[in-house]
Design a protein around this ligand. Structure first.
Ligand code: FAD
Length: 525
């Protein structure tokens, strides 16, 4: 297949960066296509800690600008996608060896709130050891030497669903999206400038050529391969750092606030509430391996298990309790390891470069700041359009909600979804919250449909709040095309409970045969 239309932008990579860039381009009225070699969000963007946060840790390395911007983005995203981004309390124990002193932490958290300004996510207070709220939110928390904990707020979102919300918004505004299509070459025109991409559909073998004025590479940890795509020597773009997580099923380590834990070298990691269970992570280690093949190592498992045991000495856990786990690769915007310093010390800021004329490469950044990164990429793209094609830059537009995010009073709406879910489907609040998270403003209609078609309301997990409707949503609206897309990224059973994922695989295949995607975009690539 060969597209004769000349587009403004061709984007390589369907993680959060590519997705946010596609949406911002479509919002600015540019013609745009995005090509992803796997499922959307199948790279780092489904393997993060799922925090929408200011990153108070970065204050210690004096990255004040990044913290201020991240806090601002946290507030903006909470407004644009209130169904996906929800506040999350944190507990930071004080007095433990290796932790900052109480005074240093008090100062840091005051600064954190100050930098957030009106974007602050919630109040900060110190809870002394023995305060019943500590035992209520983190039963068994008792690191040696602790005297209590600071309680403060950040936010949380399902990273894959957030990426899909950007993509679906982009598609509704005219962006063309294609998954399972690998870019094999960045085409070059006059003066060696990028002039489009050549790709291969990995399922049909069909080749695809897209002509574009600008190419944006949003390849995350795959960015060091860009030189191969342009057939020219380029500097390395990223320092890949592996981060692993493990999921503890409900009841194993019950927390309703995220707990800051310290590993053996006093590096921070977290026990984070996740769909009734607990997500434990992350590690941070240089890993030059192929990003496609990265999995948690035995060392990662031991490191996180040690951190849990130090913070929750009464927890009776062995390595098996940690389950399958998953690992992602941070595309840190720095040259690959000079081995000077640990990757944890590398800035999380993004870097946007015009690597060859009309090829913009965006690396680094965070889930939290992808919207802002996209604005910067588009500012650069518009300057190139003006420089090389005489186009007038229109600049950024007033913000607008992500797909399904127009919800004037999210808490009242969530309560209504819970009520209807219970009355009409006899399902729990956790199921209702899941429907709200997935459908946003369409949640009440989804509940109505589940009442009309009861097979959709059938739970598919013994202990996680998923129903058949999650699979149907994934196919109809969630851009999923394979059973693995459904099990790994529309629901998360693949790492939450591999045994349950195995049992649901046949149902996922059958659902794929029975349901069809609803049209999102006016056109396809
Ligand atoms: P990716 O999501 O990796 O996307 C790149 C895409 O390019 C991939 O989907 C890949 O398949 C595709 N691709 C590669 N080659 C080709 C090709 N030839 N053709 C077509 N497509 C191709 N940030 C936060 O804000 N909060 C957090 O809590 C947080 N926690 C994190 C925890 C861990 C362990 C890690 C690793 C990161 C975390 N981050 C967090 C950072 C955040 O997840 C990343 O910055 C972000 O997901 C990177 O997105 P991306 O789109 O740049 O890369």
């Amino acid at each position: 297949m060969r597209s004769s239309t000349l587009l403004d932008l061709a984007i390589i990579g369907g993680g959060i960066t590519g997705a946010a860039v596609a949406r911002e381009a479509a919002r600015r009225g540019l013609s745009v296509a995005l090509v992803e070699k796997g499922d959307f969000a199948s790279g780092t963007s489904s393997k993060s800690s799922k925090l929408i946060h200011g990153g108070q840790r970065y204050l210690e390395s004096f990255h004040f600008g990044l913290v201020r911007e991240s806090c601002r983005e946290r507030a903006i995203l909470s407004r644009l996608a209130p169904h996906l981004v929800r506040p999350l309390p944190f507990l930071f124990p004080v007095g433990e060896s290796g932790a900052p002193s109480k005074a240093a932490l008090a100062l840091g958290l005051a600064l954190y709130r100050l930098l957030a300004g009106s974007s602050s996510a919630g109040p900060t207070r110190f809870l002394g050891r023995g305060d019943p709220r500590l035992e209520g939110e983190a039963p068994g928390l008792a690191p040696e030497g602790w005297r209590g904990a600071f309680r403060y707020f950040d936010a949380q979102a399902d990273d894959a669903l957030l990426t899909l919300a950007y993509l679906r918004d982009a598609a509704r505004r005219g962006a063309a999206l294609r998954s399972y299509c690998a870019v094999e070459r960045i085409d070059r025109g006059k003066g060696g400038a990028a002039s489009g991409i050549s790709a291969r559909d990995l399922r049909t073998g069909e080749t695809l050529a897209i002509r574009s004025r600008i190419v944006v590479a949003a390849l995350g940890p795959w960015s060091n391969g860009i030189a191969g795509l342009v057939d020219e020597e380029l500097p390395m773009f990223v320092r890949p750092s592996r981060g692993s997580h493990f999921f503890l099923p409900p009841g194993t380590l019950p927390v309703s606030a995220a707990v800051v834990m310290l590993d053996a070298s006093a590096r921070r990691c977290y026990a984070i509430p996740w769909r009734g269970g607990t997500l434990v992570g992350t590690t941070d280690a240089d890993d030059p391996g192929a990003p496609d093949d990265i999995i948690p190592t035995l060392e990662d498992r031991a490191e996180l298990l040690g951190a849990i045991r130090r913070s929750f000495p009464g927890a009776r856990l062995d390595g098996e309790a940690l389950g399958a786990g998953f690992a992602g690769v941070r595309p840190l915007a720095a040259p690959p390891p000079s081995r000077a310093g640990s990757p944890a010390g590398v800035s999380r800021e993004e870097r946007i470069t015009e690597a060859i004329p009309r090829l913009l490469v965006s690396v680094g950044g965070k889930l939290t700041t992808a919207r802002r990164t996209a604005e910067r990429v588009l500012d650069r793209a518009e300057r190139i359009l003006s420089r090389d094609f005489g186009r007038t830059a229109e600049g950024k537009r007033p913000e607008s909600p992500l797909a399904d995010g127009v919800i004037p009073d999210p808490e009242a709406f969530r309560a209504a979804v819970r009520r209807q879910t219970f009355e009409k489907l006899d399902l729990s609040d956790a199921h209702a919250d899941r429907i709200f998270e997935r459908e946003g403003s369409g949640a009440l209609e989804a509940v109505e449909r589940m009442a009309r078609e009861p097979e959709l309301a059938r739970p598919i997990s013994a202990f996680l709040p998923y129903t058949v409707s999650d699979l149907v949503w994934g196919i109809e609206s969630g851009l999923a095309t394979t059973a693995e897309d459904l099990l790994s990224r529309r629901v998360r059973l693949r790492w939450e409970s591999p045994a349950e994922a195995g049992k649901v695989a046949g149902l996922a295949e059958e659902t794929l045969r029975r349901f069809r995607p609803k049209p999102l975009a006016p056109g396809a690539v």
